[in-house]
Write a protein that binds this ligand. Structure first.
Ligand code: IMP
Length: 435
C-alpha cells in the first residue's frame, strides 16, 4: 500500500473514544486529503501541539499538517459557532486553514432550537445520555426535510422561511418550558456567523471524486463508533448518524470502490458514555482502576466513562459490519499490573443460552449476562513498548486471543498516549504507511 493511491477509513469499533484521534494524527500527514463524513460537535479529541493541547470537535484532523486538504462532508451536522472557535483556536496557534478547507454545501447546520430540544428531552425521565449538542434534532430535521444546509447560507433571504419550518414545531413541543431565542435572532445570528465560512462552502462530492480520480489519497475520519450507529448500534442508545462504513459513502457521495482499506479502532478494554447496554461494565474497583489509569473522562462533556473488560462480541460485530482489514488496539498499557484480565466472549440470555449475536431490542439487552474469559495478567509494564518482542508473554497471549475472537488481525498497537508509544506489527497492512 502506498499513500499516493490508497484511501483509508478509520472507524471506531466500540462506543466511541477508542483513541481514533491518535491514529488519525499519525496517519494524516501521509494523506493529501482528510474528510469527516458524519457526526458533529458531539465528537472530540485533543491534539497536542508544542506542549499546548487543542480540542477538535468538527474540524477534520489533519488540520495540523499543512499539506493536508480538509473536507467536511455532506453527512456532517455543524455548529457554526463552535466551528469558528475551532478555526480561531487553530489560527492563533499558527495553523491557518485558509485555502485548504472545504465544507459541503449539503452538510446540515445545528440550530439553537435543536440544542434546546435535545436538552429538554434529556431533562425528562428517559434519557439517552446525549452530549446535549443538538445532534439528534439536527438529523431529525434533515430526515424531516426541514433542515438548513450550508448551501442555504448562500441565500440569506430565504433563510428565515426555511428555519421557521422546524422552529415552530420545536416551539410547540417545548411550550413555555424553554426560552427559545426569537426566530429573527436565530436567523440574524446565523447570517452573521456564516460570513467567514461562505467562501469555504462548495460541492464536496465533486471535489472528492476528482481527488480520487486524480490519484490523490483520502483519509476518511470516522466520529463516534459502530455501537453508536443508528442502524447497527445498541438502538435506541445510539447517536443519530451512521458511524459505521455505510455512513462514509452517504456522507461523502463517493462509491464503495473509492475505499481501499478499513482500519477499525478499539481499546484493549471497553468504555461507554451515556446510557444503554454495556454487558462488560465493571461497577467495582477494577472498573474504577481502568477509569483512573486510562483517564476515562469525556473530551466533549467531561463525563466519567463507564469501563469494563474488552467485549469481543460487540467488537466482532463491528469488525464484520465495517469489513475491517485490521485492528488498531489502543491503551494496552492501561491494563498493566492486573493479576487477571477478562474478556467478554459470549452473552448468556435470559433462558441460559450462550450466543455471540447482538440482541436487537433494548429489553433483550437487559437480560444479557456476559460470559467472561479470564487471562493471566502481566506485571512488567507495556507502556511505551515499540516492538512485539518486548511485550510480556501474557500480554502477547491476551492480544492473540483478542484478535482471534474478533476474527481480525492486529494492524497497530498503542502502548501510551505519545505518538512514539506503539508499533505496527510485521505483516500489518499499515506497514507501508507507518514504518
Ligand atoms: P448524541 O450524539 O449527542 O445524540 O448522543 C447519543 C449517544 O452517543 C450518547 O450516549 C453519547 O454519549 C454518545 N456519543 C456521542 N458522541 C460521542 C463520542 O464522540 N464519543 C463517545 N460517545 C459519544
Amino acid at each position: 500500500m502506498t499513500a499516493g493511491s490508497t484511501n483509508l477509513a478509520i472507524l471506531g469499533l466500540q462506543w466511541g473514544d477508542e483513541g481514533k484521534g491518535k491514529l488519525v494524527d499519525l496517519l494524516s500527514a501521509r494523506f493529501q486529503n482528510v474528510t469527516r463524513f458524519q457526526g458533529g460537535n458531539n465528537a472530540g479529541h485533543t491534539v497536542v501541539v508544542n506542549g499546548q493541547s487543542i480540542a477538535l470537535h468538527q474540524v477534520p484532523s489533519g488540520a495540523l499538517h499543512p499539506g493536508c486538504f480538509l473536507v467536511v462532508g455532506s453527512g456532517v451536522v455543524l455548529n457554526l459557532e463552535v466551528f469558528l472557535k475551532e478555526l480561531e483556536n487553530l489560527r492563533s496557534r499558527g495553523f491557518d486553514l485558509g485555502g485548504r478547507l472545504l465544507i459541503s454545501d449539503r452538510a446540515h447546520v445545528i440550530l439553537p432550537h435543536h440544542i434546546a430540544l435535545d436538552q429538554w428531552r434529556e431533562g425528562g425521565s428517559v434519557k439517552i445520555g446525549t452530549t446535549g449538542r443538538g445532534i439528534g434534532p439536527a438529523y431529525e430535521m434533515k430526515a424531516a426535510r426541514k433542515g438548513i444546509r450550508m448551501g442555504d447560507l448562500l441565500h440569506p433571504k430565504t433563510l428565515a422561511e426555511r428555519i421557521q419550518l422546524g422552529y415552530e414545531e420545536v416551539k410547540i413541543l417545548l411550550g413555555g418550558s424553554s426560552a427559545l431565542p426569537p426566530l429573527e435572532t436565530i436567523t440574524a445570528d446565523l447570517v452573521r456567523l456564516s460570513q467567514p465560512l461562505l467562501p469555504l462552502i462548495g460541492n464536496a462530492q465533486e471535489y472528492l471524486w476528482k481527488a480520487w480520480q486524480g490519484g490523490e489519497s483520502i483519509l476518511f475520519e470516522g466520529a463516534q463508533a459502530t455501537l453508536l450507529d443508528i442502524d447497527h448500534g445498541t438502538y435506541p442508545y445510539v447517536t443519530s448518524s451512521n458511524c459505521s462504513i455505510g455512513g462514509l459513502f452517504t456522507g461523502t457521495g463517493l462509491p464503495p470502490k473509492a475505499l481501499d482499506h478499513v482500519l477499525g479502532v478499539a481499546k484493549a478494554y471497553t468504555t461507554r458514555v451515556g446510557s444503554g447496554p454495556m454487558p462488560s461494565e465493571l461497577l467495582d474497583a477494577t472498573g474504577e482502576r481502568l477509569r483512573q489509569v486510562g483517564r476515562e473522562f469525556g473530551t466533549t462533556t467531561g463525563r466519567p466513562r463507564r469501563c469494563g473488560w474488552f467485549d469481543a462480541v460487540i467488537t466482532r460485530h463491528a469488525c464484520r459490519t465495517n469489513g475491517a482489514d485490521g485492528l488498531g488496539i489502543m491503551k494496552l498499557d492501561v491494563m498493566d499490573g492486573f493479576a487477571e484480565v477478562g474478556m467478554v466472549v459470549g452473552y448468556r440470555d435470559g433462558a441460559g443460552g450462550v450466543g455471540t449475536q447482538l440482541p436487537a431490542c433494548a429489553s433483550d439487552w437487559d437480560e444479557i449476562q456476559p460470559v467472561v474469559k479470564l487471562f493471566k495478567g502481566w506485571t512488567a509494564p507495556t507502556r511505551g513498548i515499540t516492538d512485539a518482542k518486548d511485550l510480556p508473554a501474557e500480554a502477547r497471549h491476551y492480544l492473540a486471543a483478542l484478535c482471534d475472537e474478533v476474527e481480525t488481525p492486529m494492524a497497530y498497537l498503542s502502548t501510551g498516549p505519545d505518538r512514539a508509544e506503539g508499533y505496527v506489527p510485521a505483516g500489518s497492512f499499515l506497514e507501508p504507511l507507518l514504518k
